[in-house]
Design a protein around this ligand. Structure first.
Ligand code: PLP
Length: 414
């Protein structure tokens, strides 16, 4: 394994900042919003909880998580189907250690950590091709073709939607088509729905609806509740895959033991039905949608291609239109592109090759969270009817506006 391509960008960002240069951190994938007050208060109230908790998670917590899935996604989940861990990332890794399979299938591009985790746990990751015209979403036929060409393998696939790095999501028809092939080929799917609650319209759909017996849902507090640093993740299993849950609980008991006790007590508040959380989510989604569409609009105006933003906080621009000009500057791959962009515009993006795209694709991930989420959220809470007009981003997210201006000026002058 080699150090990640993202490390180089982060190191260069730090170097430029120490030299006094302005850097726009559009490479960073963290929620811009504060943790909702009622969850923070719950954490304070439970700071004294000091005992080790059950490996699978506190029962009242698993019960409210199950109820959350019942009411939000109409899934017949019970407390016994829920396993909590210190971040969904740890759970996805734990899965790869505990489960036995021949191939981990990943649509290209996919989130940066899946493949390294496969390598660390002694598995083989197989990248499945996608097309720009399909928003880089995996087609059921591509999946079927792969399985037909290499029959007899035990397979797992990770589908992440809304997507990091793409910012788009699968619609119901696409989920149904994929579910048909997954069922036919008996593939276990990890549905990484960590951005599900920040679908911009609040209309996230899960593939578990169409393929309940083979789907493990992965989620947590990191993205919708701004609590990445709290380290709290959830896996939801169907009964048919209970043997995997049990194997993962064994791995958990020999590694992280259990999630921090105060965090588990606080998470109970996060999954209860609560109006203030609905309001928090409604405004977070409106803000993310407004910023995402602003950046999308400004970049597509000059010919940068990318999927339309639908959820989460990423965009996946393709700078291929300028490939000849970039080549004459000595730029032949996405990593070189991101390095030059950072040096010459101050804008930090992550190269597409970090997400499994071939290096010569001039794609990158842009994370549009370099703004003061707390201030904006407070504004919406004080004045829920606040207009989101075309001046919303220039007025409220100056670093985003400046970053995009630098980027478009640089591209159009190539
Ligand atoms: N999956 C995706 C697609 C992500 O973007 C992230 C975080 O960046 C994770 C999983 C891991 O989240 P956590 O471990 O904080 O639950």
């Amino acid at each position: 394994m080699k150090p990640s391509a993202t490390l180089a960008i982060n190191e260069l960002s730090v170097k430029l900042i120490t030299e006094g240069k302005e850097v726009y951190r559009l490479g960073f994938g963290q929620s811009p919003f504060p943790v909702p007050d009622i969850i923070v208060e719950a954490l304070k109230r439970h700071a004294h909880q000091k005992d080790y908790l059950p490996v699978q998670g506190l029962l009242p917590l698993r019960q409210v998580v199950a109820q959350f899935f019942n009411r939000t996604y109409h899934l017949p989940v019970g407390a016994e189907n829920v396993l909590v861990g210190p971040g969904s990332k740890e759970l996805i890794y734990n899965f790869q250690v505990a489960a036995s399979f021949d191939e981990l299938l990943l649509p290209s591009p996919s989130w940066v950590s899946y493949e390294p985790q496969a390598l660390l746990s002694g598995h083989k990751a197989i990248w499945l091709e996608t097309q720009e015209a399909d928003g880089y979403k995996l087609k059921a036929k591509t999946l079927l073709d792969h399985c037909s060409k290499h029959p007899g393998k035990k397979r797992v696939i990770i589908l992440n939607y809304p997507s990091n790095p793409l910012g788009n999501t699968y619609n119901e028809l696409e989920l149904k088509d994929l579910a048909d092939v997954l069922r036919q080929e008996e593939i276990v799917v990890i549905a990484d729905e960590i951005y599900g609650e920040v679908h911009h319209e609040g209309r996230h759909q899960t593939i578990a609806k169409y393929y309940p017996e083979g789907t493990i849902i992965s989620t947590g507090l990191s993205k919708w509740a701004g609590a990445g640093g709290w380290r709290f993740g959830i896996f939801v299993f169907p009964m048919a895959l209970d043997h995997i849950r049990r194997a993962m609980a064994v791995v958990a008991s020999e590694t992280f033991t259990s999630v921090s006790a105060p965090i588990q007590y606080a998470a109970i508040e996060a999954y209860k039905e609560d109006e203030s959380l609905q309001t928090y989510l409604k405004h977070s989604r409106r803000i993310l949608k407004a910023v995402g569409h602003y950046v999308y609009g400004e970049l597509t105006k000059i010919g940068v291609a990318m999927p339309r933003p639908e959820g989460g906080f990423y965009l996946y621009p393709n700078f291929g239109k300028w490939s000849m000009q970039l080549e004459s500057k000595g730029i032949k791959n996405s990593e070189e592109l991101c390095t030059v962009l950072l040096n010459e515009t101050g804008v930090a993006l992550l190269p597409g090759m970090a997400f499994g795209h071939p290096p010569e694709y001039l794609t990158a991930r842009l994370s549009y969270v370099d703004f003061d989420g707390k201030r904006l959220l407070d504004q919406f809470l004080e004045n829920p009817n606040l207009e989101v007009d075309p001046m919303f981003v220039p007025n409220n997210c100056p670093k985003i506006e400046k970053a995009i201006k630098n980027l478009t000026t640089w591209l159009t002058s190539l």
